[in-house]
Design a protein around this ligand. Sequence first.
Ligand SMILES: Nc1ncnc2c1ncn2[C@@H]1O[C@H](COP(=O)(O)OP(=O)(O)O)[C@@H](O)[C@H]1O
Ligand SMILES: [Mg+2]
Length: 232
Amino acid sequence: MSKDDFIIRADGLYKSYRMGATQVNVLKGLDLAVERGEFVAIIGASGSGKSTLLHILGALDKPNRGVVEFEGRDLDKQSGRELNRFRNKMVGFVFQFYHLLDELNVLENVFLPAMASKSVVGWFGCRKWAKNRAGELLVRLGLGERAGHKPYQLSGGERQRVAIARALMNEPRLLLADEPTGNLDSATGNGILDTLEELNRAGQTVVMVTHDERIARRAGRIIILADGKIRT
Ligand SMILES: Nc1ncnc2c1ncn2[C@@H]1O[C@H](COP(=O)(O)OP(=O)(O)O)[C@@H](O)[C@H]1O
Ligand SMILES: [Mg+2]
């Protein structure tokens, strides 16, 4: 397989946190490779470093040592400006607690990443397009009637679908989901997994982390994170 078949690769990742006098070693030489078009679940116990790993893959955090390559390019060799672009355009994040803005309505929450990537003038030129795309994403996620509502008026499952729409707004190459069903009952959680599965069938690469084996089984491939490494 050529190097270019991997959308993201991690090699020898180390990450530790200092808490006062003690050092917590979370990642201890972790290697990982995900192919374009995969739906991967990374499963690990609470505290095993799943969120830490996902944040590093999405360039929200840096490893102490090791390399992350996205489409063959070393993230550590990119400028701050390039990394901002990477976070905004190349990856989409979905979190356990949605992280929607209650001051904005659903449609505004969804198009926010497009607005964030533009200058004032640039936004003026594309806002109509962006609002249309956000509206279409909401329809696709079954929330067409909810565009004008505020997040706090929605159920947990609906909020998570808004968060997924937001993550998809800028057409990311990679969707990263951190315990996306962790705050939902199992029926609602299954609906979210159906959505991720459908997106994957349509070509979206997805990396999801979870502590729950039943949830992980919904993915095309399961990777086990234990003792700071991928278990092989
Ligand atoms: N910012 C931080 N400062 C100190 N310790 C942290 C920090 N973030 C995570 N940790 C610790 O690192 C370990 C892994 O955390 P995390 O990646 O959140 O695990 P998971 O998502 O698998 O539950 C835990 O022991 C956690 O307490
Ligand atoms: Mg976590």
